[in-house]
Every structure is written in structure tokens, then in C-alpha cells.
Design a binder for this molecule. Structure first.
Ligand SMILES: [Zn+2]
Length: 173
């Protein structure tokens, strides 16, 4: 899953220079407007499953680039997770907690409160954080050097008040 070529972080540009008076932040709704209209466009063209997979795959690219550029994968696991939690909070992506971690099988259960993608969404009955699934898998892949799968099992859009993900290596240990 996911392309092997890393996203070049420099393509995000120098926001401080480019948005001299507007600054680096914008309303969450603007991000979601782009995200969900892009999803609709992909669904219309390729069908639901492929559209979800494209989001997962893009999220995976993002997760790898995020980990490579903003996190220190040489840290011990607990420190790495603490750093990840802090950066996710600083960037206002969400408030992450590891609920269970099995370091032998590399199976993780984690939840994200106030998630950027879906918190406050109306209930549709299906999880919608496909991008996050890839994002988490990409971060774990960068840290462990193993392909990962992350599946969202609870979401605002399924009636939860946080997103919950189960992650494990693509090939069972
Ligand atoms: Zn969600």
C-alpha cells in the first residue's frame, strides 16, 4: 500500500514568508471543504472503494513525510509516542492516546480526540477517516520499518466522540 517515493516537505513552501499578514492558520472548515469535495470528486470518478484507498494512500505518504521531517524515529517507543502526541497537539491535528500496545506483535490501539478530519461531523454510519488510517500507518512504518495497516473502528461519523484505530503490521508477526 502507498507509493514508495517520499513526499518532499519543501513543497509545503515557506508559509511565514508567503502569508506575511494572514499567518499560518485557517479555520478547520476550510481544510474539510477541500477534503470532502476532493473525496466526492474521487468517488464520482473511481467509486467509493478506490476513492477511500486513494485517501489512505495519500495519508500514508503524509504520515511518512511527517515522521521523517517532524519526529525522531531513533527514540525509544514511549518517547517517540510522547513526541508524536505533542506534535499532533501543537499542529492541532488532534489529541492522541495509545490505549493498548503489544510490542511483541506490534499491535496498537489508539484514539484521537477532537480529530481534525471528523470531530463534530453528522452521523452517517460509516467511518470517514481514511486519510488518518494511512497517516497512522505511515508514521508507524517510518518508525518500525515495517508496512502497517490501520483501521478506524470508531468515528464521530459512526456516533462516537473520538476516533479509534487498530493498527498492526501488514504481515502478521
Ligand atoms: Zn474519525
Amino acid at each position: 500500500m502507498g507509493a514508495e517515493k517520499s513526499f518532499d516537505w519543501k513543497r509545503l513552501g515557506d508559509v511565514a514568508v508567503g502569508r506575511d499578514s494572514m499567518g499560518g492558520e485557517m479555520p478547520v472548515a476550510v481544510y474539510r471543504l477541500m477534503q470532502y469535495t476532493l473525496m466526492d470528486e474521487l468517488k464520482d470518478r473511481y467509486g467509493d472503494e478506490d476513492a477511500h484507498e486513494i485517501f489512505r494512500s495519500a495519508g500514508q505518504r503524509a504520515g511518512r513525510a511527517f515522521a521523517e521531517n517532524l519526529l525522531d524515529s531513533s527514540l525509544p517507543f514511549n518517547s517517540f509516542i510522547a513526541q508524536l502526541q505533542q506534535v499532533l497537539r501543537d499542529l492541532k491535528i488532534g489529541i492522541m492516546r495509545i490505549e493498548a500496545a503489544n510490542m511483541d506483535t506490534l499491535e496498537f490501539s489508539l484514539c484521537i480526540e477532537e480529530d481534525l478530519d471528523c470531530s463534530g461531523l453528522p452521523v452517517s454510519g460509516e467511518t470517514v477517516c481514511w486519510y488518518d488510517e494511512g497517516f497512522i500507518a505511515g508514521i508507524l512504518k517510518t518508525y518500525t520499518k515495517k508496512d502497517f495497516v490501520a483501521v478506524e473502528v470508531d468515528c464521530w461519523s459512526t456516533g462516537g466522540t473520538a476516533c479509534r484505530f487498530e493498527a498492526h503490521p501488514a504481515q502478521k508477526m
